[in-house]
Design a protein around this ligand. Sequence first.
Ligand SMILES: [Zn+2]
Ligand SMILES: [Zn+2]
Length: 427
Amino acid sequence: MDQLIALPVSGDAFLLRRADRVILVDGGRSSAVLSRELTKYGVDRLDVVICTHADHDHAGGLVDLLDRSGITVREFWLPGAWAESLPMLLQKPVVVVDDLIQTLDKKVPYFPFDADPDEFEERMLSYVRSQRTEYRNAERLADRYAPRSADEQGNRDGNQEHFVPIDGQKYAGQGGDKLPVSRSGGDAAAKAFRNGRGRIRYRVAKKKISKPVASFWSGMIDTAERIHQIAAQAMRHGVKVRWFDFGEFAKTGHSGGGDRGFLIPLNAVELATPPPPPVGLSFLVRLTPLNEECLVFLSPSCKPHWREPSILFTGDSPLGQGKNYSVSWLRWPMGVSRDVIATAPHHGAETNLAAYSHLNSQARVMLWVRSGGNAGHPGPTYRDIDPSLRICTNCPHAKKPRQAAEIHLLKRPIWYPMRTHGHSCSC
Ligand SMILES: [Zn+2]
Ligand SMILES: [Zn+2]
């Protein structure tokens, strides 16, 4: 029997059992909590583990899941943008930390101490957004108008000299075993990240930067460390890694890859080889997670006449772009059931309100599944949805304790019933 379970963790972690395969989409904040929940559900093997983006409440639980739980994983599906930074993160984390601190010293010394932390964060995110967009547009022009030299072609086609610096081994995303990361390498990395946090604290003590600035920058170091840990773990355990790149999708509007009929990306392209490091972009710009670049995956049902639901994992995505994310990029794949069970975008946060109309214009949502978020979530748009159409691991407004939300999909033709177990949502 097919089953979707929103695990009662802090953050997002969704378990899907479908067609004899088990997939996990995101891991919440803590590997300890995640592995306890997975054990409770009898999971000892995961066919696919997806990380939609590097935010703590999605990626934190994946950093040492394998070391801790004994669960075996066949494949990790990770954001392509990470791959651009991984060679450096794995081999010389000190360089990444230095770059982050240099950007801090260059970018924010004059930022007023009494400024609002949210305003600072918004300012940094829009800086990152504009830098990445500019880079992508420039790359697109170069692709179109300037024939690449044979050398650059080589880099594109996987002969990536600067991308395979470790023992001359090819790092092409096929298998973790291709890129050995030693224990001492892990210790050196932990030390580099610790050192970075220390340098930020020093700047606070010397009153060079304010606390909101420091916490944003420490968050960046944490993000870099999570990405390092997830990748290094996959490699240590010999787990195959597949890369899904939002940037490629942003250029063309076409998504591709994944496993047809089982699990496909809607806003990313699977890469045969990881993209080369973007020249001239700081690690701040490369690594900062932006919600609009969060990966979105669909487990499609190809039996629309049965009304068998497709399952949509929205992560923190607004399903759109531009001002207030009002331009939808959602293109429903041909032949796929438009009856949908969808996870609540960004834990139901009002920042993602555009996602509801984007999805409703292309599909019929039979059930929204919400988890994670904070006491300020969810927002009015989510709370306006008919309560019979939502299920929640916790309803902060109603102060409900965390509990798994289970959806059992019962196979019957013509109309596709489901049985749910958990809090009916009273957010
Ligand atoms: Zn989130
Ligand atoms: Zn709720």
